[in-house]
Design a protein around this ligand. Structure first.
Ligand code: IMP
Ligand code: MG
Length: 170
């Protein structure tokens, strides 16, 4: 497998992040927000977002996996859970990519049972495949095709996460 096409440039991604951060700044003005980053794929998006926020915010992380290589395994595994109580808190999940919806819908179910005050999702890349599980994504970075992509945090077998752009791998 190798990189065959650049799909989104670093400039396009940075411009979009600034717009999303400004929406989040407006929506959470005067409120406390916990950004819940989903590791590992969202780590670059979270740090780029963080630099553009000017609200009362803290950052927590969970580590979840559903993929092995380039195939979804059909179930999610919590590798690292939160170590704080989220009841009564405003939560914004930041995830890298939405494919079948399995990861985000399972995560929402888990977190809702912990009684947060509110829970919303920001997802950088949303694949335009027929979604198996519908999930409401309030802050969407880009809609992309159904191809397997890497870069901007996304990996293939642990590699390519460091690329500042999004590329197709085939
Ligand atoms: P879902 O659970 O099928 O929605 O898949 C979401 C998870 O699978 C993401 O959090 C990614 O970790 C991974 N994933 C899905 N599509 C891709 C891709 O094109 N490249 C890299 N990782 C992907
Ligand atoms: Mg992921």
């Amino acid at each position: 497998m190798k990189i065959t096409k650049k799909i989104l440039s670093e400039e396009q991604i940075q411009e979009r992040i600034i717009k999303l951060a400004s929406e989040i700044n407006t929506d959470y003005e005067g409120k406390n927000l916990i950004i819940l980053g989903v590791l590992k794929g969202a780590f670059i998006a979270i740090s780029d977002l963080a630099k553009n926020l000017n609200i009362d915010v803290s950052f927590e992380f969970m580590s979840i996996s559903s993929y092995e290589g380039s195939e979804s395994t059909g179930q999610i595994k919590i590798e690292k859970d939160l170590d704080i109580d989220i009841s009564g808190k405003n939560i914004l999940i930041v995830e890298d990519i939405f494919d079948t919806g399995l990861t985000l819908s399972s995560l929402i179910d888990i977190l809702e049972s912990r009684n947060p005050k509110s829970i919303e999702i920001m997802c950088m890349f949303v694949k335009s495949v027929e979604k198996k599980i519908p999930v409401k994504i309030k802050y969407k970075g880009f809609e992309i095709g159904s191809e397997f992509v890497v870069g901007y945090g996304l990996d293939y077998m642990g590699k390519y996460r460091e690329l500042p752009y999004l590329a197709e791998l085939s």
